[in-house]
Design a protein around this ligand. Structure first.
Ligand code: SF4
Length: 489
C-alpha cells in the first residue's frame, strides 16, 4: 500500500514521514506519489496561545495542542531554533498518537525517531525536570524500560560531559576494507592492490596529521581522545599502519585515550598487532558481529568465528588489556538461540566492552537490495537486545552510550556497554556532541561545537572528500577547511 502525506509545514514533512514509516511498517510512505492508496493530512494552526496540530488518516483524526513558547531571555536566533525544534516535535507527536490509536502499535521508543534520545533526556535535566524518565514516558510514549535505560546512561556519562573549551577529539579515517560486508552502508573502498596507491593515501594522511597539529597549536586546541576508524584501519599492512601511527604519536603524544578500530578479525595478524602494541594504543575493537559461521558467510564478512577467537587471544597474548567487541542483533536467518551462542562465545573471551547493534537495513547496503535477506522480526530482535544486555551485565558491564538509526529491526537501538574504568570517552563525545572533532582522512567530517548560555548549542561542520583519490589530490584544501572552521586563514 502506498501512503502519501499532505502538510502545511513542508519543512517537517520528512520528519512526519519518519513517524509514518515507523507506525505503518507494511506501507510504502512515498515522498511525491500520484495514485497513493491513502493519504495522511497534517495541519498546523496557531490560535488562543496554542499550536493546534491536527492529523487525519483513514477517517480518524487527532488533535495535539501545545502552548506557544516564549523567548524567555533567549537571543532571537536561539529562540528561532528552539521554536522550530518544538514545532517539529508537536507535528510528529500528533501523527504518532493518531497512528497509535488506529494501529494499536506502540514502538519501544514511542514517538521518538531521532538518533540521540539521550539528548532529549539531557535537555530535560538542563530544564531542571525533577523526573525526566516520567516526562519521556508521558510526553513521547517511551516505554518505561527504555526511559530507565536513558537514565542509567545519563548517569554513566555525567563525569565525562564537562570538558575544557579548548579540548578536541581527533578522528582518523582509513577508507579501505578487505571486502564489503553485505549490511554495510558506509562508502568504503576495497584496499588497492597497487601499493603505490596506499602509499599516496598514507602520505596525504601524514601531511594532514602534521598540518592539523600546527593548526591546533595556532588555535590553542588540546587533543583529548583519538579514534582511528574507517573502513578498517588494519586493512593497511603493518608497514603502512606503522607509518600512520608514527605520525599520530608525534603529533598527538598527549591524548587520554587512543582507540584503533581493528574491526575485521581476519586483518589482525601478529605483524599488525605488534605494530599497534609498539604505539601507545590504549583500546582496540575486534568485531565478530556474530559467532555463527553460516551467518558470517551470508553477510559477506569473509572471516570465521574461529578467526575472531584467534585474533582476540593473539591480542591478549600481546598485552592488549582493553578490547571492545561489536555484535549485531537481528541478522538474517538468526534465532534467539544463535544470538545466545554468540553471546556465550563472547562471554568466554571476556572483553572489557561490548557494543550491541540492531541490524539497520540501509538502502545503500547489499542486504537491502536482496529481498531474500530479511532481518529477524521485531519480537526476536527485542529478545536479542535483552539477551545482549543480560550478557553484558553478567560480564560486569553497564550501558554508557546509545544511539538509534533509521530502519532498525524492531525500532530498537545500539547500546555500548563497558566494565568500570573502560568507558570509551570518544564514543560519548561523538554521540552527545559535547566536544569538537577534528576529522582526518577520507570521509571524515570535522565538527566545531560551541555552547553559549545565550546562543545555545552551535555546530559547524567541514567535510573531507569521501573518495580516497579525491582526498589525496585535495588534501591541502581539507586542511584549509579545518583552519576555516576555527577562523584561521
Ligand atoms: S568491515 Fe566495517 S566498514 Fe568495512 S565493509 Fe564491513 S562493516 Fe563496512
Amino acid at each position: 500500500m502506498m501512503v502519501s502525506l499532505e502538510t502545511n509545514l513542508p519543512a517537517f514533512a520528512n520528519d512526519i514521514r519518519d513517524v509514518m514509516r515507523m507506525m505503518l511498517p507494511g506501507a510504502r510512505v512515498c515522498e511525491s506519489c500520484d495514485g497513493a492508496d491513502a493519504r495522511l493530512t497534517h495541519s498546523h494552526v496557531e490560535s488562543d496561545g496554542l499550536w493546534r496540530e491536527r492529523c487525519e488518516y483513514g477517517g480518524a483524526s487527532f488533535e495535539w495542542r501545545v502552548p506557544i513558547p516564549t523567548p524567555d531571555g533567549q537571543t532571537p536566533e536561539l529562540f528561532a531554533l528552539r521554536e522550530k525544534r518544538l514545532m517539529k516535535r508537536a507535528a510528529k507527536q500528533c501523527c504518532y498518537y493518531l497512528l497509535r490509536d488506529i494501529t494499536g502499535r506502540i514502538p519501544p521508543w514511542g514517538a521518538l525517531t531521532g538518533i540521540r534520545p539521550t539528548r532529549l533526556y539531557a535537555e530535560r535535566l538542563a530544564d531542571a525536570d525533577p523526573d525526566p524518565e516520567r516526562s519521556l514516558i508521558r510526553q513521547y510514549d517511551v516505554r518505561p524500560d527504555k526511559a530507565v535505560l536513558l537514565g542509567e546512561i545519563s548517569r554513566a556519562q555525567s563525569p565525562f560531559l564537562t570538558v575544557p573549551p579548548n579540548a578536541v577529539d581527533i578522528y582518523v579515517g582509513i577508507p579501505y576494507c578487505v571486502s564489503k560486508c553485505a549490511y554495510c552502508s558506509f562508502k568504503t573502498e576495497t584496499i588497492p592492490r597497487d601499493p603505490r596507491k596506499i602509499d599516496a593515501y598514507v602520505d596525504a594522511l601524514v601531511y594532514e596529521i602534521q598540518q592539523t597539529r600546527r593548526m591546533m597549536d595556532e588555535a590553542g586546541l588540546s587533543p583529548r581522545a583519538l579514534y582511528m576508524g574507517g573502513g578498517t584501519p588494519t586493512a593497511l599492512d603493518a608497514l603502512r599502519l606503522d607509518r600512520a601511527l608514527t605520525a599520530l604519536d608525534a603529533a598527538f603524544p598527549d591524548v587520554m585515550e587512543y582507540t584503533v578500530e581493528a574491526g575485521r578479525p581476519d586483518t589482525l595478524d601478529e605483524a599488525r598487532l605488534t605494530v599497534l602494541r609498539r604505539h601507545p594504543v590504549t583500546r582496540v575493537s575486534i568485531n565478530p558481529q556474530t559467532m555463527n559461521d553460516v551467518t558470517l558467510e551470508l553477510i559477506g564478512r569473509g572471516h570465521t568465528a574461529a578467526q575472531t577467537v584467534e585474533s582476540f587471544e593473539r591480542a591478549r597474548a600481546l598485552g592488549f588489556g582493553n578490547i571492545n567487541m561489536d555484535l549485531i542483533a537481528a541478522l538474517p536467518g538468526e534465532t534467539a538461540d544463535d544470538f545466545e551462542n554468540t553471546l556465550s562465545a563472547v562471554r568466554g573471551l571476556n572483553p572489557e566492552s561490548l557494543t550491541v547493534h540492531t541490524l539497520a537495513l540501509k538502502r545503500a547496503s547489499r542486504l537491502h537490495e536482496n529481498e531474500s535477506f530479511v532481518a529477524a522480526d521485531a519480537e526476536t530482535a527485542e529478545s536479542m537486545i535483552a539477551q545482549g544486555m543480560e550478557a553484558a551485565r553478567a560480564m560486569d558491564m553497564a550501558p554508557y552510550y546509545l544511539y538509534r538509526q533509521k530502519q532498525m529491526a524492531g525500532d530498537l537501538e545500539n547500546v555500548g556497554y563497558a566494565k568500570p574504568g573502560y568507558i570509551c570517552v570518544y564514543n560519548i563525545d561523538m554521540m552527545e556532541e559535547t566536544v569538537s572533532i577534528l576529522a582526518l582522512g577520507a570521509g571524515g567530517i570535522s565538527k566545531r561545537v560551541r555552547r553559549d548560555p545565550r546562543e545555545g548549542l552551535r555546530i559547524e561542520r567541514a567535510a573531507n572528500m569521501m573518495e580516497s583519490h579525491r582526498y589525496i589530490g585535495q588534501v591541502r584544501e581539507m586542511v584549509e577547511r579545518k583552519r576555516g572552521l576555527w577562523g584561521l586563514v
